[in-house]
Design a protein around this ligand. Structure first.
Ligand SMILES: C[S@@+](CC[C@H](N)C(=O)[O-])C[C@H]1O[C@@H](n2cnc3c(N)ncnc32)[C@H](O)[C@@H]1O
Length: 494
């Protein structure tokens, strides 16, 4: 990766995915390691100014009797931070000297992804990959496009992933010796979502998850993302089977804040039958209750004869056919901005988004026949209380033969057609209930709701959904009213 010479500090940091770890978080991470060998070969990939190695060294110096020598290898691409990194390593040297620990370090101003991919791939004349007993990491976080050099390099060692951070973790995992430990802080996004499935499989096949820690507060998210992105810290060990139970802890991320800990069966973290291998994190009492309720449900969406799909109209691809206002030859085009409480408010001419799309041979494949549909937002704003926001599309309120659902929403349908009305209103209540929102938060730490997420949920059976739906005179209920209605029907069926 090459940086433009004229880039501002902010641009440089974004390009490099550079967000440095605060010392209390680094100390917390260093304290997660289990017993270490006498000589520790330590890897710090994407080392920044060295906060993580420094915390690791401090921990070893405090537990004097165990570690005798630390051999640190640090990769850092940003030439402008290397002086600071070297200064931190000299401090580590001094601390270790005083504690009677031999400390050596090697700073490599190289691209970790490129260098390690080619060494792991065994490129001709290349040095074989090194082995490490411990790795501590806050890897850079940035999307990597399908044709990028990083993607090609990672692909050469069988790693298919769309973010730098998962690429880093996948390579680090490969460099650990059996029994080697990794403590990492990353976004929580790898825990769900279809794109991270190959990464989750690789990670869970090769590493034993020992502990997970989640920061619940938005303030603790030190990554400057446009979407809310919770961070997670994990401790994992190479080459061991998954434990029967593991430690899950949470804190708000504020300094000095209480940490809540729970020992949770591993089968509750990754459900044994889940092909997607979602990583659930029961972070609060509400999450536990939600799990209990959802465990009582066993109907899949497929068994209900319902499918959830992402809105088919990708607006920039059909630009010529979009219209600000409805007119001759157009049909309604719905965006999340048309959600209005529980129903659709259309047209919304004051909105910046188009309200209509031409109905012609080019656009028809992307339209759906009118009917009762349940819609959910794919992205909620940080300010929204709920992650799952469902809304009813009622064909009596928006009259048209065909409708366009835009790509920022998901829609529930029956084989491409509308749903039976009471099933749709029942689904509306269920998906808008607190219990489902809490359950969703067990496996998703960000504001994006994928169709796969909705597909993996279990649902009430058809009779229960219909009974819920019949009782909903109007979608305009308060959260309490929705929760009471859903709870009453879910308990009645037991
Ligand atoms: C999220 S920061 C964390 C820095 C440090 N580990 C910490 O916790 O404070 C990630 C670091 O990785 C560096 N980096 C980004 N891409 C890299 C690459 N391909 N190879 C090596 N370092 C890289 C960035 O310059 C940045 O300093």
């Amino acid at each position: 990766m090459k940086l433009a010479a004229t880039a501002t500090l902010r641009e440089r940091q974004e390009e490099l995915g550079q967000f440095l770890t605060a010392p209390p978080v680094a100390d917390f991470m260093a304290a997660m390691f289990g017993p270490l060998p006498r000589t520790v070969r330590l890897l710090d990939a994407g080392a920044g100014a060295g906060a993580l190695t420094s915390a690791f060294v401090s921990r070893c110096c405090e537990n004097r009797d165990r570690v005798h020598a630390i051999e640190a290898t640090l990769y850092e691409l940003d030439g402008e931070i290397l002086d600071k990194l070297a200064a931190t390593m000299r401090q580590c040297e001094r601390r270790c000297y005083e504690a009677g620990i031999r400390f050596t370090f090697t700073i490599l101003a190289d691209d970790f992804i490129q260098v390690m991919s080619s060494r792991l791939a065994g490129d001709l004349f290349g040095a074989p990959p090194p082995g490490f007993d411990a790795a501590i990491a806050n890897p850079p976080y940035r999307k990597i496009s399908a044709g990028s050099g990083e993607r090609r390099a990672l692909r050469s060692v069988g790693v298919e992933t769309s973010n730098l951070y998962t690429g880093f973790i996948a390579l680090i995992q490969r460099l650990l010796v059996p029994g080697g430990q990794l403590v990492g802080i990353t976004p929580r996004s790898f825990c769900n979502g279809p794109y991270f499935r190959p990464f989750r499989e690789d990670f869970l096949n090769q590493l034993e998850l020992r502990r997970l820690h989640v920061f619940e507060s938005r303030k603790a998210a030190f990554r400057n993302d446009s979407v809310l992105q919770e961070n997670i810290i994990f401790h994992a060990v190479k080459g061991r089977r998954q434990p029967r139970e593991m430690l899950v802890s949470t804190s708000s991320g504020e300094q000095g804040d209480d940490i809540t800990e729970a020992v949770v069966p591993f089968a509750e973290i990754v459900h044994p039958l889940d092909v997607e291998k979602f990583i659930h994190i029961p972070a609060s009492a509400g999450h536990a209750t939600a799990k209990e309720t959802m465990d009582g449900l066993s109907t899949s969406l497929a068994a209900l004869g319902i499918t959830v799909s992402t809105g088919r109209v990708v607006d920039f691809r059909l630009k010529e056919a979009l219209r600000k206002e409805p007119g001759r030859g157009t049909v309604p085009l719905l965006y999340p901005c048309h959600f209005n409480g529980g129903t659709v408010h259309w047209p919304k001419v004051e909105a910046r988004k188009p309200n209509a799309i031409l109905d012609n041979a080019e656009t028809r494949p992307w339209l759906v026949p009118s009917g009762t549909y349940l819609l959910t937002k794919r992205f909620t704003s940080k300010e929204e209380r709920r992650r799952l926001v469902a809304c009813l599309f009622d064909p009596d309120l928006v009259k048209a033969k065909w409708i366009g659902f835009e790509n920022h929403l998901n829609y529930f349908h029956a084989n491409g057609h509308g749903l039976e009305r009471h099933v749709a209103t029942g689904l509306y209540a269920f998906l808008n209930s607190t219990v489902v929102d809490q359950y969703f938060r067990r496996f998703s730490g960000h504001t994006q709701v994928n169709a796969t997420d909705l597909r993996t949920l279990t649902y009430p059976d058809r009779d229960t959904l219909q009974a819920m739906g019949r009782e909903m005179a109007t979608p305009d209920l308060t959260q309490d009213e929705i929760d009471q209605l859903v709870s009453k029907h879910l308990h009645a069926r037991r």
